[in-house]
Design a protein around this ligand. Sequence first.
Ligand SMILES: [Zn+2]
Length: 171
Amino acid sequence: MFYWVLVTTIVFSLIFLNFYSRIFSAGIPEESSSKPGEGGSAKMIKSDEEWKKFLTKEQYEVMRQKGTEPAFSGQYHDFKKPGIFACSACGNELFSSQAKFDSGTGWPSFWSPITAKSIITRPDKSFGMERIEVLCSRCDGHLGHVFEDGPPPTGLRYCINSVALRFIKEN
Ligand SMILES: [Zn+2]
């Protein structure tokens, strides 16, 4: 009897250890490369009610409810001044005018964020489409989507809502 209890305990311990080592070996790389809010700035976390008061109606609809502003309606789609585009909700620096290009889509378009850690991307299967959503890494605000039909050097097109951006003029 004692023998069987011992064998069962050992077998279960081995299964448990194996399971754990799999979790750890598979989990760490993904976590460290895509952990939000690592850009040196602390996360900005607010409740939905707080965001509603903090943002304009247009910002709230796009950034917290993942809406899209009408094409050619925003202030930055045809804007060519040199500077930085920051998150309009939290001030996190997101895109440089150096990576901005005229996509003709009616939304400000960039081929790269200012740093990889400025934004977070995640799959978005809403409206029956397979898209990649782009969010601010500091406040998790929805910014737009990224597509693979952009210009060199990245071939990416970050299609961003003007209302989610605030331009900071270059000094
Ligand atoms: Zn933000």
